[in-house]
Every structure is written in C-alpha cells, then in structure tokens.
Write a protein that binds this ligand. Structure first.
Ligand SMILES: *Cc1c(COP(=O)(O)O)cnc(C)c1O
Length: 369
C-alpha cells in the first residue's frame, strides 16, 4: 500500500479563524457570580426593544412557521425599497448584516485578491477576509481614533477588490465627514467594491455626517449596509440589508443561501420601517444620553472617544480586562477590547437607570485604584 501523506483537516485560512466572541449574556454572569439584576451594555442593543406593532406582526407570523419563508423576501425587500425610494431589485436582505458581510466577501473576492478595512473596526470584515482566504490591509485609525480616509485610499492596490468602511465606526464611534465620503467614493478605482457599513447611521447627529446613499452616483460599485439590530431593536431577529446597483445585488442573490432570512424576521421588516416615530424616540434619547454619559465619564477623569453611535469607547488608562472584571462584579457587563486599544472598554448606552449604574460602578473602579 502506498504511503499517503496526511493532509491537515482544514486549510490554513480556516485554521487562522477565531470564533466570534459576543458580549457576555446576562444569564451567564448571574450564574457565575450567583447574583441577579445584572445589566448588559456590551452589544449595542436597543434598551427599549422593537415597536409594539413589530412585536404584534411577529406574533402573528409565528402561526405560519410550518411554511418556508418567501425565498425572494418580496414583502420585506419592497418595504425597504419604499423606505429608501429605490427599486426592489437594488435590495437584498440578510440574516443580520453579518451574513451580508460574509456574502460580499465570498461574492466579490477570491484568493489572490485583496481587501482594505480599518483597525480597530468591525471584526466581521477580518472574519470575512480570512474565511474567504483573501489578503487584506488593516488601516490604523489615527489620533482620537478617527478615520484616516486618505490612508484607506492609499492602501488600495491593483489587487484590491473590496473596501469596508463602517460609518459611524464600531467600536470607536468615529464617523467620516460628507467631504471625506465624497473624496473616498470619487477617488476609489472603479473596479473596487466600496462597502459603507451604516449599522449606526440612525444615531449620527454630526452636521457633517451623510449617508452614502446620497452619493451613490460617485462610484458605481458601492454597497450600503444597514441593519435592524441596532436602532430598530431587533438584534435577536437577525435582519439586515444591503443596497446598491442591481448588478451587484443580483450577484449577492445568486450567492446567498436559500431562505436566508426566516419568516418571522421577514414579517418584522415592514412594520419596523413604518414606525419611524418609535425609532426616533430612541435615537433622540440616545443622543442626549451620549452627551450626558460622556460628560460624566470625563468628570471621573476617563476619556471617552467622540461617538456617533449608541455606545462609547472609553479609555480607563489601565488594562481594560481588569476594569471589565471590576465592573462585572458590580453586575455591569461591558465589552473589553483587543490591542492596540486594550485599555479601552466599549460601553453601550442603555436606559438612564442602566447608564447611571454603569457610571457608579465606573466611579467605584476609579476610586478603588
Ligand atoms: C452591529 C453591527 C452590524 C450589524 O450586525 P447584524 O448582523 O445586522 O446584527 C454591522 N456592522 C457593524 C459595524 C456593527 O457594529
């Protein structure tokens, strides 16, 4: 019998993958510490949840779950198209925008190609690049954790197929100005797919913020990602969407899994988009709390980065993992950060009561040093 060389079980890029580490669930912390009443400010979730009209629509939809969902997601996509004033052919829905990030990587890039994204930015771009075995350049954010749009452009090579930019960014909260957005889209080589991830777009209040939807004509190969997980309070349902030219969206439809968005999630989309008053109440509340909580943190001698999201990235000036543990013991779950921002914690903005609890835990941590 001829000797057969043992092949590794998985290809090297799969070996490099790291399982996504989500925010710690409340139940897990309560079990571990034997406490109750813990709060979670770790995953940028909406503390008020979805509109009651959305909950009613989802409850009704549960009655139909013996059926497969609409594979084309027609009703949900039409509602999104109406909301954006764009044709339905320019919309694809995903099992969260996380799925769409992965799908974009698999659809538009192949081994040998290259991608550009920020550091620190959303970890799912790295996961998508690694899973598809595509090279990448991570462009550091600059002072004050702001985007360096020119550096992003400079990182583009002849092999670059995709550029991801989260605007506002996660975990820093930084946004790019409309001028920078225009510069980016008008300077990018035509063959690069620009992906503007607008997961936090609803929370942006800066005068110079603009959605990429306003400037799609500047760069044909542009996709805008949005999600119902954050402002719409539907993180657990897993619905996001991508919009862009029908040619690009058409390839995403070819590559997505059949029935990628479940029936209950599809039923949530139209009522969620129709109840803008519900979303606006949360967005306005978040904008006020962002100012109030950032000021309170600064008063403690801490440094929150400027944020356009529903969270603050805060420098505690010592190992964030230790601060994270101190806050955990006080029943407050936040999100520790990897190097080079490992003295920072990302803290989601919750209800006023939750934010106050976080602030007193942070104050105790500072005093206890
Ligand atoms: C939360 C988030 C998303 C949305 O994820 P879903 O899969 O839609 O829940 C996308 N991009 C960024 C930058 C995010 O922070």
């Amino acid at each position: 019998m001829s000797q057969r060389e043992q092949k590794p079980l998985v290809p090297p890029n799969v070996e490099r993958m790291i399982a996504y580490k989500p925010g710690k669930p409340i139940e897990e912390l309560e079990r571990e510490l034997g406490i109750t009443g813990a709060i979670k400010l770790a995953s940028n979730e909406n503390p008020f949840g979805p509109s009651p009209k959305v909950l009613a629509a989802m409850r009704a939809a549960v009655e139909d779950v013996r059926f497969y969902p609409d594979g084309a997601g027609h009703e949900a996509r039409s509602a999104i198209a109406r909301f954006l004033s764009r044709p339905t052919e320019e919309v694809v829905i995903g099992n969260g925008s996380n799925e769409l990030i992965d799908l974009i990587c698999r659809t538009f890039a192949a081994p040998g190609d290259h991608m550009v994204f920020g550091k620190p930015s959303f970890v799912c771009y790295w996961l998508g690049a690694t899973a598809t075995n595509v090279d990448y350049t991570e462009v550091p954010l600059i002072e004050n954790l702001a985007w360096d749009v020119q550096a992003m452009l400079d990182a583009v090579t002849p092999r670059t197929k995709i550029l991801f930019l989260a605007n506002p960014n996660n975990p820093t909260g930084a946004h790019i100005s409309e001028d920078e957005l225009v510069h980016l889209l008008s300077s990018l080589p035509e063959d690069v797919v620009a992906v503007l991830d607008e997961a936090y777009f609803e929370f942006a209040t800066a005068d110079d913020y603009a959605t990429a939807l306003k400037h799609l004509h500047l760069h044909e190969r542009t996709l805008v990602l949005r999600t119902l997980s954050k402002a719409y309070g539907l993180a657990g349902m897993r619905v996001g969407y991508a919009t862009g030219p029908a040619a690009l969206v058409g390839y995403l439809h070819r590559m997505r899994a059949p029935f990628n968005v479940n029936l209950v999630a599809q039923a949530a989309v139209a009522p969620a988009l129709e109840d803008q008053a519900w979303v606006q109440r949360y967005v306005d509340f978040n904008a006020e709390e962002r100012v109030r909580v950032a000021a309170a943190l600064r008063e403690l001698g801490l440094r929150p980065a400027p944020s356009q999201g529903n969270f603050l990235l805060v420098d505690f000036g010592r190992p964030g993992r230790d601060v994270y543990d101190v806050l955990l013991r006080r029943g407050v779950i936040t999100r520790p950060m990897p190097a080079p921002i490992d003295t920072w914690l990302r803290i989601s903005l919750g209800t006023r009561e939750e934010n106050d609890r976080m602030l007193s835990a942070a104050a105790e941590e500072v005093r206890g040093r």
